[in-house]
Design a binder for this molecule. Structure first.
Ligand code: HGY
Ligand code: MN
Ligand code: MN
Length: 421
């Protein structure tokens, strides 16, 4: 069995965490920013040192390729390079570091797989700058509808311009698309972002499925009035109405008995003065469930609630930003992951992911599998996000040896796409 190098893992994580716009307050690395460029340069450098041939696609996704003995679709390993605002040093980054370490170990052992290997660092998974998210993987899967001109960041910079300014060729965005079957499989190592593995003292999670995610923007427009002279029954208070539907969303999710969750994480009230009745409110809605029907039901209830408000003199709008169905991991990959974990005497738990991941998008073009490593106290999307380097090493050892086993199985005829599949 092959073993990763904990010092290199530690160095990668600590170096990548330095590329942040909020030093001392977690990692904030938004897409197409100076911090992104520094992280990109570091990853490209490390890929080259690991003997990989590097290319960057029209969205800025980075690919490091190690040729195999045969001309086969590559095994792909990676995760995302961006972070949330004031996030942690492991979300996304752990999966990229796992790919770098896999490449270094194969180089050290001068071990050539039969299949080529591609390490990938994907952009804008979190959607922190442009909203929606999973952008880099959607570009590869051909699921990036023409949003280049209408997605803009908080300063109003259009995605197309941000890409241009970053030195990319957004006009060639179609070229980023990978055809179905052009990748043998995609394996993503990721921090669990929940408390289960640590609580149950398990070394790794073998993901069975990833919940579906539906993200919306809601706008409610009422009327600005003087806060002192306008009687309560004459107001069109947009913030009051928003608070009603936000309470309803929380209740509708709680009423589901299938771990459905719904979150309103972002809200803006205009004009935003204490002595003006709020004219307009905009807020985000994030609904997740392993049951697509639950997601759809809550979205429909929100739509009905907003329609009622229209009848009370308000103007409302519900915009869908992201809609991804629940995704089940490839059974064959899961069995290779479980088998490899046994060989390494690692304790594992099969589990569902409540967080979204690029693997759910890439499942449209190839079979996917995911490995979770424990998150300390289950914390993530915050500076306190932490996984010990021992734990991360165990997950990376599992990934390295599972890729070797997968390569062997593919050569022995493991066919992910049954004839005509
Ligand atoms: O939101 C998520 O689940 C992921 O962290 N992007
Ligand atoms: Mn995340
Ligand atoms: Mn992530």
């Amino acid at each position: 069995m092959l073993s990763s190098n904990i010092e290199r893992i530690k160095r990668d994580i600590e170096n990548l965490a330095r590329f942040t716009s909020t030093p001392g307050q977690g990692v904030t690395r938004f897409t197409y920013t100076g911090e992104h460029k520094k992280a990109m340069d570091y990853i490209v450098e490390e890929m080259k040192k690991a003997g990989l041939k590097v290319r960057v696609d029209s969205f800025g996704n980075i690919f490091g390729r190690r040729e195999g003995k045969k001309n086969l679709p590559p095994i792909m390993v990676g995760s995302h390079i961006d972070t949330v605002k004031n996030g942690g040093a492991f979300d996304g980054q752990a999966g990229i570091v796992a790919g770098l370490e896999l490449s270094r170990v194969l180089k050290e052992k001068d071990l050539k797989l039969d299949a080529p290997l591609e390490i990938v660092a994907l952009i804008e998974e979190e959607g922190g700058r442009f909203g929606g998210g999973l952008m880099g993987s959607r570009a590869l899967a051909g699921l990036f509808e023409e949003e280049l001109y209408n997605l803009r960041d908080e300063e109003g910079i259009i995605l197309f311009d941000a890409m241009k300014y970053f030195g990319l060729s957004p006009e060639k965005h179609e070229e980023a698309r990978l055809s179905k079957g052009s990748i043998a499989c995609f394996i993503e190592l990721h921090v669990e972002q929940g408390p289960v593995l640590e609580k149950e003292n398990k070394d790794a999670g073998i993901v069975e499925a990833i919940v579906g995610i539906a993200q919306y923007n809601v706008t409610i427009r009422g009327r600005a009035d003087h806060a002192g002279t306008t009687p309560m029954n004459m107001r069109l208070d947009a913030l009051l109405k928003a608070s009603e539907v936000i309470q309803n969303i929380n209740r509708w999710a709680r009423q589901k008995d299938d771990y459905t969750v719904a979150t309103v994480g972002k809200i803006k009230a205009l004009p935003g003065a204490s002595n003006i009745v709020p004219k307009e409110v905009e807020f985000s809605v994030d609904i997740r469930s392993i049951n697509e029907s639950s997601m759809k039901d809550i979205a429909m209830k929100i739509e009905d609630n907003l329609r009622e408000m229209n009848g009370e003199g308000f103007e409302t709008k519900l915009t869908n930003l992201l809609y991804v169905k629940p995704v089940f991991m490839d059974e064959k990959i899961r069995s290779v992951l479980n088998k490899t974990a046994k060989e390494l005497e690692l304790s594992t738990k099969d589990m569902v992911s409540g967080a979204g991941h690029d693997a759910m998008i890439l499942s449209n073009i190839c079979p996917v599998g995911m490995i979770f490593v424990p998150s300390h106290r289950g914390r993530s999307h915050c500076p306190e996000e932490f996984t010990s380097f021992d734990q991360l090493k165990k997950g990376i050892d599992l990934l390295i040896n599972a890729v070797i086993n997968l390569d062997g199985e593919i050569q022995a005829g493991l066919d992910f796409f049954p004839a005509g599949g």
